[in-house]
Design a protein around this ligand. Sequence first.
Ligand code: F6P
Ligand code: MN
Length: 314
Amino acid sequence: MGEGICDYTKFSVDLRRHMWMAGVETELRRLIWQIAVTGKYISAKIHESNRKLAGFQNIYGEDQLSLDRSADEILKNQLQFSGFVREYASEEQAQVVKIGTGKEKYFITADPLDGSSLVDSNLSMGTIIGIHHEKVFGEGGKTMVAALYITYGPLITMVYSAGKGAHEFVLNREGEYVLSHENIRLKERGSIYSLGGLRRDWLPEHLRYVEYLEAEGYKLRYSGGFVPDINQVLIKNGGIFMYPALKKEPKGKLRLLFELQPMAFIMEQAGGCASNGVEDILSLKVEDLGQRCPIYIGSRFEVDKAKEYLQGKN
Ligand code: F6P
Ligand code: MN
């Protein structure tokens, strides 16, 4: 990765111009830009860490924050100084944190470092952000005005949607976010599938659906990192990601507020959809911060087919 990544003074003219041309409101534009820039700090933290330092003690015997907690601190501090954020809800915090004066317009949800356990195997990780007005609890789809995610992989990329399509930017060697995919569109039907949970724990309806995908020749693509796995469906323009209900975990594993609703927002903006098997992910009411939910997300055909199987229509 280039030296430019640590140059925080870059302005990402391309990203800011894109949002301006798309008519994204000024404060929201600044906020999205600021979060994208924060991704550079988080990525620097990932680089400086190694498997000895992540979550353990450093060479001086001092406790180190785990990577996810460091990412959370970085994000919270940056947002605190943005002047645009009233409250911050994060997977790393037990409660919503008031970081503004009470007058700011936006409420943020964050999974600061998704897939952090993949750091030692050098797989991609990510940051997932939901931007809400009014509040973070309630019907996610109604309060969310924008969502974005950052991938920390061979390249750092950022996909955002402010309700006017979904767009990808790549951080170049000069430290600028450069537009790489404008208006990402999913095909009606894709050819890859990605899924979590152990086969022996799946419910019969889900198992039958997976057997259908296998019989149809879908290719399995699963890294175990939600962000890169979703990114693959999006950038390959189709397919499905799922983390189902499990026999002992009927709500599955992934979190509605921090992980699923922001990704559902982006996926819908790219012409795809997201369901728990019955209802749209964005129509679900968030009642507590850690709420989990099964997910089927991606191209319309595959998600509709999943719903048929899960509702016993197949
Ligand atoms: O945040 C939870 C997470 O790490 C996701 O990034 C990923 O999709 C999932 O868990 C992987 O779960 P499993 O290890 O059960 O496949
Ligand atoms: Mn996560």
